[in-house]
Design a protein around this ligand. Structure first.
Ligand code: AMP
Ligand code: MG
Length: 493
């Protein structure tokens, strides 16, 4: 008899190369592992056999109860600024990295379990997760991926058969998440706060090998690594802003070196356009409001800069400060550049004209005053490039400001030298018709808590093709009904 091939072809660089950066740790045993969702296309991209994973063995692995062959499970250590206050010791308190695989494009990916039981970093927490927040992260992450935004992704969701207490008894669950890496600003902060420069250097070299291998032999490689992280974050946050995504917990431990969105907790998509929008119940001061996200990302990048000073100019701190500050100062311009290009595309503009920013700002100001649904308006504008404007106009309570803006926009479109239908088509490729609408997410999660996963599956199918309008899905494209009320999200920890 030939031996069964292993489910995962692990190659665990973090475990191998970074002793002292983690604690080897295994998931907790659980009473009744059950696989509720498997992301088959992602499994295939990762070179995994989806059929082999849809088994009792797969369910046990995806709850952390069983260690797959070749895994080196571990809890990573990190620190982080949470809502502005520094916690020198965070780390994976309810998660483990089980190993790394190389995907079909040759990219190294972390396979990580969230909710797999307590670790030495649990700080009094139970180390568990519950089905609602697990599926929320699954849905939001897949939606972001389909929108073309760098993100960690969900490979599987499994229930444990345990009852976990949050605001009441809830079904316990574990999310299996795939990431380019779990290196965070907070990982650097942990070693910087302890003055462990040797380890910082090792960490920065590991980050370069993993995310910017072209820098390995570069002069000033640590400064250039920093500059790359600044660019990736500027692009990422511009992407968030362009789709109306609000992360909700932009702490430095949730800010990646890879530039992927990570840790979908109390995040949600904005409906009515308003830069002050906050959904998270714990963000009482509005620190991470929609409109403050670029500024907060820059703040987080300043914290990363502080950790790298000793690597950049070991003998001259003042010079190191000057150099990182020079990079950090590029953030607003980089961000604005990405955002403006994205906004132009949303408005069907492939060329650049001086008045474009003003044109965009005039529209946003009218939308804000009249609480216009952000996603719906941009989607409907594609129909308005030439034909009747009614579908967009009805989103404004008072049509005057929109009509005068429309005249300016159409005059600007005329300079594109392109048929209006063509412009409409390309707008539809960047203005989603379907986003994870808050009431739809809640409806699906409510059903899942009672054991009915069909609404979650349906929502995932809708969100997998966000730019492709399909008959029968009209209610997925509409904002929450008035009786849904003001939306609040919870961390779900
Ligand atoms: P988060 O808000 O999910 O980014 O988590 C912040 C920190 O709290 C991380 O160190 C987590 O591992 C930890 N944490 C969150 N929830 C729990 C939990 N239920 N048990 C133990 N640690 C947790
Ligand atoms: Mg986190």
């Amino acid at each position: 008899m030939t031996a069964k091939p292993p489910l995962f072809q692990f190659d665990n660089s973090y475990a191998r190369e970074l002793p002292g950066f983690y604690v080897a740790w295994e998931g907790a045993k659980v009473p009744a592992p059950e696989l509720v969702l498997l992301n088959r296309p992602l499994a295939e991209d990762l070179g995994l056999d989806a059929n082999q994973l849809e088994t009792a063995e797969g369910a046990a692995i995806f709850t952390g109860a069983e260690k797959p062959a070749g895994a080196s499970p571990l809890a990573q250590v990190y620190a982080g600024h949470q809502f502005g206050g520094f916690s020198p010791q965070l780390g994976d308190g309810r998660a483990i990295l089980i190993g790394e695989v190389i995907d079909s494009k040759g990219r190294r990916c972390d396979i990580h379990l969230k909710g797999s039981g307590p670790t030495p970093f649990s700080r009094g927490g139970d180390g568990k997760a519950v089905v609602g927040p697990v599926l929320r992260e699954y849905i939001l992450g897949e939606a972001m991926h389909a929108l073309g935004i760098p993100t960690t992704r969900a490979l599987a969701a499994a229930t444990t058969g345990e009852t976990v207490f949050r605001e009441g008894p809830k079904p316990g669950a574990v999310l299996t998440r795939v990431a380019a890496s779990h290196l965070r600003v907070g990982t650097f902060q942990f070693f910087a706060a302890r003055g462990e420069t040797g380890k910082l250097c090792q960490l920065a070299d590991y980050a370069i090998a993993r995310h910017d291998p072209d820098l390995a032999e570069a002069e000033n490689k640590y400064l250039t690594l920093y500059s790359r992280v600044v660019e990736r974050q500027a692009s990422l946050i511009a992407n968030w802003m362009l789709v109306g995504f609000i992360h909700g917990v932009m702490n430095t431990d949730n800010t990646t070196i890879s530039g992927e969105t990570i840790d979908y907790g109390p995040c949600a998509f904005m409906e009515a356009y308003d830069p002050e929008t906050v959904f998270s119940s714990i963000d009482t001061g509005g620190r991470y409001a929609y409109g403050r996200q670029p500024m907060m990302a820059q703040w987080n990048l300043a914290r990363l800069a502080e950790t790298l000073l000793a690597l950049i100019e070991p003998d001259d701190v003042d010079r190191a400060v000057d150099r990182v500050t020079g990079e950090l100062k590029r953030f607003p311009e980089l961000y604005q550049g990405f955002w403006l290009e994205g906004m132009r595309a949303k408005l069907g503009l492939a060329t650049r004209e001086d008045g474009d920013l003003e044109l965009i700002e005039t529209l946003l100001a009218a939308m804000r005053r009249q609480k216009v649904d952000y996603t719906l308006l941009f989607r409907r504008l594609a129909n308005v490039t030439s034909g009747p404007a009614e579908s967009a106009r009805t989103l404004f309570q008072e049509s005057g400001p929109f009509d005068s803006w429309l005249e300016d926009w159409r005059a600007r479109l005329a300079k594109e030298g392109c048929a209006p239908e063509e412009i409409g088509k390309r707008m539809n490729l960047c203005n989603p018709v379907y986003i994870p609408r808050n009431h739809k997410v809640e409806e699906a999660l409510g059903a899942a808590e009672t054991g009915d996963y069909e609404p979650v599956k349906k929502l995932l199918t809708v969100l997998a093709a966000p730019f492709e309008e399909r008959p029968g899905l009209e209610d997925y494209a509409m904002p929450a009904p008035d009786d849904f009320g003001a939306y609040r999200t919870y961390c779900g920890t």
